[in-house]
Design a binder for this molecule. Structure first.
Ligand SMILES: C[S@@+](CC[C@H](N)C(=O)[O-])C[C@H]1O[C@@H](n2cnc3c(N)ncnc32)[C@H](O)[C@@H]1O
Length: 431
């Protein structure tokens, strides 16, 4: 089927209405004429795969990665970086307007990532060995693994560790049956990384230890190898190290933090520092009493907490909470991190009639509508909302505006160059 692409929308899709029904296709640019093959037909739209670009946009460039198009990790390598930014900005504006009736003028220009390649310090790789060993990412919209030997968006050290792991696993192929997933994390400050192997409960511990020892010997940049399976609460160092010994160290806007293996960590550290600097400046020196929902290991909390009279962070992941409290104590920062579902903590604060001056939140993709409904009883005068999903952000902002909050500005930060993901910060105030 031949189509003309009208525009790009959230999710990495190009949209065409040439056929009378909306067709979504990835890997395209507005204005291009393309040949596609329909994969799935839904009531209102079809999903197609790109077969050929018949009339390419003059802006189109050659992707840097040999796996681009196959691998679901990147969406925009065919678009020059300086064009990805305004395209993402437009997509954000459209989502905010369509779902939340938020005027496009509220959106500031997108802050570019300091690096457009080599920025990703964390790789989450799927593994299988059916006909052949595959280590890589899922093909777009499927659970089919694309074997990936190169990954130019990854930090070069992460790529090197991935290569070493492949060689080690090839030598110990029998272990593949127990291995499900691999997480590699790098600290550019230390020039070292660690890996967590997610595996089945029943694996050959001695054999796994042997592979881990070989890996650490061969790869100077590898600090530790850890195992995590369902029966373990926290990842376990195959080399017998303690959590702090296996952790990676980062400098974060003037403080040193440790990141334990297996916790959530922002994947683009340079852009993360810019986001923190922005929050520090915009929120000012007098934050008052702060409640932070979805606090992780204290990435946003620790640099900002010295500007607050009190700081409470709530996070459901037990390891992250331990990590956050450790970092607060090590840096002499007064901040308290509670391991709880955000809604549960809000419920108890509501019952106790507590108040906060600033509500800071950085929810997962599904947003935080229920949490916000409950948080309003704490009567925060300011809200700072860090979002990774324009659609749920639009819904949540509409709710807050309807409840009387004034939206001051929305600033997008490009955390994920070459992908469709859009991170942004919204600042709101009670007039
Ligand atoms: C996008 S991350 C943000 C973490 C942190 N702000 C950072 O910058 O590293 C979202 C965090 O919310 C946590 N989380 C998800 N759902 C939660 C819930 N219902 N209650 C508490 N924490 C939750 C996750 O474990 C994750 O650490």
């Amino acid at each position: 089927m031949k189509l003309t692409v009208e525009k790009l929308i959230f999710g990495g899709w190009g949209v065409s209405r040439t056929t009378g029904k909306v067709v979504l296709v990835a890997g395209v640019l507005p204005g291009e004429v393309v040949e596609v093959e329909v994969q799935r037909e839904h009531r209102d739209y079809m999903v197609a795969t790109l077969k050929e670009v018949l009339s390419p946009s003059p802006k189109r460039i050659d992707p840097r990665c040999p796996h681009f198009g196959d691998c679901g990790g990147c969406d925009y390598q065919h678009i020059p970086y300086n064009l990805q930014l305004p395209l993402k900005e437009e997509i954000l504006k459209e989502e905010l307007k369509r779902i939340g009736q938020i005027p496009p003028e509220m959106v500031k220009p997108m802050i570019p990532s300091p690096q457009d390649y080599g920025w990703r310090i964390r790789l989450d790789l799927a593994i299988e060995a059916k006909e052949k060993l595959k280590i890589g990412f899922y093909r777009r919209g499927t659970r089919e693994i694309v074997d990936v030997e190169r990954c130019p968006v990854a930090h070069p050290l992460a790529e090197r560790i991935m290569e070493r792991f492949r060689l080690a696993l090839q030598r110990h192929l029998i272990l593949v049956a127990a291995v499900r997933r691999l997480e590699i994390t790098i600290s550019p400050d230390e020039n070292r990384g660690h890996m967590v192997i997610y595996c089945l409960v029943h694996h050959d511990k001695k054999h796994m230890r042997q592979m881990a020892e070989e890996l650490v010997l061969e790869c100077d940049e590898l600090k530790d190898v850890l195992i995590k399976h369902r029966a373990l609460v926290f990842p376990h160092s195959v080399l017998g190290k303690g959590r702090t010994q296996s952790a990676l160290e980062f400098s974060l806007n003037g403080i040193r933090i440790l990141s334990y293996p297996g916790v959530f960590l922002q994947a683009n550290p340079q852009q993360n520092r810019r986001l923190i600097a922005y929050l520090k400046k915009k929120l000012g020196d007098d934050l008052g009493e702060v409640l932070e929902l979805f606090s992780g290991i204290g990435n946003l909390s620790l640099p900002l907490a010295p500007q607050a009279s009190s700081w409470t962070g709530v996070e459901r992941n037990r390891l992250s909470v331990k990590n956050a409290n450790y970092n607060a104590q090590k840096n002499g920062i007064k901040a308290r991190f509670v391991c709880e579902e955000a809604l549960r903590l809000l419920e108890s604060w509501q019952k106790e009639g507590r108040h906060c001056d600033l509500l800071l939140l950085d929810p997962p993709r599904q947003g935080a509508l229920e949490e916000l409904k409950m948080a309003l009883s704490l009567n925060p005068s300011r809200i700072a909302y860090v979002s990774c999903n324009p659609s749920t952000l639009a819904r949540d902002l509409r709710f807050l505006i309807d409840q009387g909050y004034e939206l001051e500005e929305i600033t997008p930060f490009d955390f994920f160059p070459q992908t469709y993901h859009i991170e942004s910060v919204s600042l709101l105030r009670k007039p």
